[in-house]
Design a protein around this ligand. Sequence first.
Ligand code: CA
Length: 230
Amino acid sequence: MHSRILIVEDDPNVALVLEDALSAEGYETAHASTGNMGMQAAMAEAFDLALLDVGLPDKDGFTVCDELRRQGMQMPILMLTARTTPDDKVRGLRMGADDYVTKPFHVPELLARIQALLRRTQSLASTILVEYRYGDVFVDFYRGRATKGGRAVELTTKELVLLRYLIARRGVVVSREELLSEVWGYQSTNTRTVDVHVATLRQKLEDAPHAPKYVVTARGEGYQFLPNGV
Ligand code: CA
């Protein structure tokens, strides 16, 4: 649900500032204090974004960035550096970094850059969905909050994950079996579970739950999210 950010930074004070600022924004973080530990962490777990310091004790951030890309890691990488020469920026970008922030950084600016990068990834058809608006509904997937017509609507975690999955595949018919395995994480013949959750989603977010406009039924096939309504 929450985007996961890998922080590769050897200065414990800077790492702490980053971890505090990011967790306050609802991100999950993991911290590695050397380039090699950062590589290991990135190989072991999926992250939505990496913050990569350039000056690391074992190998510099440019090298780590280059190695991550060579390993096929697609997540956005934001380089952090004390260096300010344009050459460093060019070098970082050439190694596959997506953006670059100079130390000492301004926390709100860094957070804005992170959000922008995560949004860009989302628009590249990834399933990382930060927030979404359709009709009079707004959903903030980070904070797990939704509003309809400006009024707060309580969604359960499963409802949020189900909605996010359907929105990520908007316009496509998704079968009940796929929803069960992707949202609930198991293969089951009890597709009634899906129907029940779709019904509660509609009750909470549709104007007319029995004549839904956005989460529609593809008879015999499954469900489909239509961003512009029926
Ligand atoms: Ca450093």
